[in-house]
Design a protein around this ligand. Structure first.
Ligand code: MEV
Length: 349
């Protein structure tokens, strides 16, 4: 049940606290790259994901109104206003629906009815598949918790973020939310909800963007169809992906670059067998391998978006050139970025 606009607006403890503590907070959350285990993670197998140093920024400000106001120019929303307690999502671009739904879920969960303005700004394009929806969802919820002085653990933030993503999109394992919240590089399993940070150094990854925007729910449905048709085969593929994740976890902590590269290549072959690679992704993957990358695979849902290559310093330049020569765009990123946090004294807007 949502909080209706006619609700008795006698201030809640949180709202009084917000007036005393903060009028405006700014939060940032990182994007992510899936390293191993995409798709299988939907079927309760583990995966490994890293947070990247391209961030989503959110500013939340209290207002003396009964409205939630959104400004999200990166997703084409100059200004959107919603009476608190209403659900007027239609016509809102998908990117802004995560923000509007996050505010509603937070207000409902904590019984809040104060006016607020939320501004979002992304350092990365939502086209890349770096998880702009999960980063914005997490950052908005964290911003509201800071604004209203609600103490919220990472686990509670994850649960509210996960509910929001499921409300908007219907599908998703939540691995991207874990990366946005905890940061670093994470071993993640949704069914049994294991989220374990891995103590590792930055990875020598080259990222190549295909120039094609992939639609995650469509690719998840494609794999669901495959699973329906070839259940036994699909489960065995997911089990092999799960073994790869376990071995990659060891290889990452032992810094065994050669093993990691081989595991990436095997993971790519299995993703191809599920039907989620594409000509463009395969071309970038092979170009990177031929240029000396230790291993290469698609990252995320497939169908487009990005591929990743493990490239040691001596091969990095050639790998980048080879990716660009066949039409890919090299994105400069660093792995293991900090999770969601409040930005002190920042001046993004
Ligand atoms: C998409 O980046 C990764 C998938 O496994 C979907 C998910 O886990 O939510 C395909």
């Amino acid at each position: 049940m949502c909080i209706g606009p006619n609700r008795d607006l006698k201030s809640s403890r949180w709202e009084r606290q917000a007036r005393e503590l903060n009028k405006r907070v700014e939060i940032s959350a990182p994007g992510k790259l899936m390293l191993f285990g995409e798709h299988a993670v939907i079927y309760n197998r583990p995966c490994i994901v890293t947070a990247v140093d391209q961030r989503m920024r959110v500013a939340a400000e209290l207002t003396e109104t009964k409205f939630v106001r959104l400004e999200a120019p990166d997703v084409g929303v100059k200004e959107y206003t919603e009476l608190i307690g209403t659900e007027a999502n239609s016509g809102l671009p998908k990117g802004a629906r995560f923000t509007a739904t996050a505010v509603r879920n937070f207000y409902h969960h904590y019984g809040i009815g104060s006016g607020v303005t939320i501004r979002t700004k992304s350092e990365f394009s939502s086209e890349f598949g770096f998880g702009s929806s999960s980063a914005v969802t997490t950052a908005v919820l964290k911003a509201l918790s800071e604004l209203f002085g609600v103490e919220i653990s990472n686990k509670e933030l994850f649960e509210l973020s996960y509910k929001t993503v499921r409300d908007v999109q219907g599908v998703g394992s939540g691995f991207d939310l874990a990366a946005a919240i905890w940061g670093g590089t994470i071993y993640f399993r949704s069914g049994e909800s294991e989220i374990s940070p891995l103590e590792i150094d930055e990875l020598p990854l080259t990222v190549g963007y295909t120039g094609i925007k992939a639609d995650t729910p469509t690719l998840v449905r494609r794999v669901a169809d495959f699973h329906l048709k070839h259940e036994d085969l699909a489960n065995r593929i997911f089990d092999m992906m799960s073994d790869i994740v376990e071995q990659a976890r060891d290889a990452l902590t032992d810094l065994s670059v050669e093993n990691l590269g081989e595991l990436m290549n095997i993971n790519q072959g299995l993703l191809d067998s599920l039907g989620v690679s594409s000509q463009e992704l395969s071309q970038l993957v092979f170009a990177a391998r031929h240029a000396g990358a230790t291993g290469a695979k698609l990252s995320g849902a497939g169908g487009g978006d990005c591929m990743i290559a493990l490239s040691l310093d001596q091969h990095r330049e050639l790998v980048e050139q080879s990716i660009e020569r066949i039409g890919g765009k090299v994105l400069k990123i660093r792995t293991g970025a900090l999770g969601v946090h409040r930005e002190q004294n920042s001046d993004t807007w």
